[in-house]
Design a protein around this ligand. Structure first.
Ligand code: SF4
Length: 351
């Protein structure tokens, strides 16, 4: 089986027409790769357009404030990606005179660029024959060649990398890498792969041994930690009161409503007591509990969230914390918030 030839031939006729496929500019390839790290193409496409329109060159991204970058990223989640991009753009301007590197050895030194992204950019933009290995590629190779080490293990990474290095073309490694990624996205999908019409079905180990559902071998499940977030939504005539999250926890630097984390979801009396202690409310405040609670799942945590809404007449809220700020609708639209926050604000129709 000529794996390389077969998959690149398939790619030439079956690939989707995506904007980052019409460029070899490493800055644009980098943006697409970072967006697509945790995001489907259908969702990422809009963000790609928005990001490249707002920051058409690495200099514009470097000059932006963190808040401007997070605002364009709003809704995509995993905000450390946006922060790393911002940091990297500044580094490229300072250390590389604004010329985005395209060689693996330079790319790998940049923040937020790991082996996969460096291999993708360098193969597409500089023709370096370094194979990409991610969950997609592991799935395809595990199925076709019968690799049985668990996903996420060093062993499977090495097996796949070694095998793919045998196949990658010296002439056009970028097309080979993109073909493998596209095949995983369109054909050898995690659920319901297109085996019946697959070009590899004659040779595919999983298909011929009835193991399509059991390959790749899953990694042991991580136990998620539960947390209970009680949010106080204070509506003032000028907008909503919000606070910036500190470093060292999830959603660093994003804005959210004043939060009371506890071992459970609170009732209205408890939140009023806590909020009065912090001089956010008076003890006689009239509070409403939002009609539904949220269960927001992150990689390592499950966030149970309840929102308490209160209207205040005053335009000046005197609080103990200088980090609190009132956001108007316009300001909110330019601000980075977590996906949980965004969901609630939409559900409650607050702006
Ligand atoms: S036959 Fe099925 S499992 Fe094997 S490569 Fe094709 S789509 Fe994937």
């Amino acid at each position: 089986m000529k794996f390389n030839q077969k998959i690149t031939d398939w790619y030439q006729v079956s690939k989707r027409d995506l904007p980052w496929r019409n460029t070899r500019n490493p800055y644009y390839i980098w943006i697409s790769e970072i967006i697509l790290q945790q995001t489907r193409v259908s969702q990422g496409l809009d963000y790609y357009y928005r990001f490249t329109e707002t920051f058409p060159e690495v200099e514009t991204l470097a000059k932006a404030t963190e808040n401007q970058v997070l605002a364009v990223w709003k809704g995509l989640g995993y905000y450390s990606r946006a922060r790393n991009m911002h940091h990297t753009a500044r580094m490229v301007v300072e250390k590389y005179n604004g010329i985005f590197p395209s060689s693996y050895n330079e790319l790998i030194k940049l923040k937020g660029i790991g082996e996969y992204t460096a291999a993708a950019i360098s193969s597409i933009c500089a023709g370096e024959p370094i194979p990409v290995v991610d969950g997609n590629v592991v799935r395809i190779f595990s199925r076709i060649f019968g690799f049985n080490a668990p996903v996420g293990s060093t062993r499977i990474f090495k097996d796949v990398k070694q095998k793919s290095t045998e196949f990658i073309s010296d002439q056009d490694p970028g097309t080979y890498n993109q073909a493998v990624m596209e095949f995983g996205a369109l054909f050898c999908k995690p659920q319901t792969p297109e085996c019946s019409i697959c070009i590899f079905k004659k040779d595919c180990f999983a298909f011929n041994h009835n193991k399509v559902d059991s390959l790749p071998v899953s990694k042991p499940e991580i136990k998620k930690r539960s947390r209970w977030f009680n949010y106080l939504v204070i509506q003032t005539p000028d907008g909503l009161l919000m606070k910036k999250r500190d470093a060292g926890d999830i959603w660093t630097g994003l804005w959210e409503f004043p939060l009371f984390e506890a071992g459970k979801l609170m009732d209205d009396k408890e939140i009023i007591r806590m909020a009065s202690n912090e001089k956010l409310l008076t003890p006689d405040a009239n509070i409403t509990i939002f009609k539904k609670d949220y269960r927001h799942i992150l990689t390592h945590q499950i966030i149970h969230a309840r929102f308490f809404i209160v209207d205040v007449e005053t335009r000046t809220i005197k609080t103990a914390s200088p980090e609190l700020k009132i956001f108007s609708r316009e300001q909110y639209q330019k601000t980075g918030v977590s996906r949980l926050m965004e969901k609630f604000i939409t559900d409650a129709d607050l702006f």
